[in-house]
Write a protein that binds this ligand. Structure first.
Ligand SMILES: [Zn+2]
Length: 70
């Protein structure tokens, strides 16, 4: 992986975090990823995809009865 790819992905993740923390109270409102969305970024082809992923109720982190703490 090129360092630039990690930098781009990190900048996008940080942008999403700021929007989530401020609840999009930024100029223009913006548009963020919703919960349950997996976003993939292919910088080699300048291609992106957003895929909806169903929540797993048995997930040890975010399921109905979580038992792994992060
Ligand atoms: Zn989970």
């Amino acid at each position: 992986m090129l360092g630039a790819v990690a930098g781009a992905a990190g900048a996008m993740a940080a942008s999403e975090a700021v929007k989530w923390i401020t609840q999009k109270r930024v100029a223009g409102g913006g548009r963020g990823l919703s919960m349950g969305t997996l976003f993939s970024l292919h910088l080699l082809y300048m291609d992106t995809h957003a895929i909806q992923v169903a929540r797993n109720p048995h997930c040890p982190v975010c399921g109905d009865r979580p038992h792994v703490r992060v």
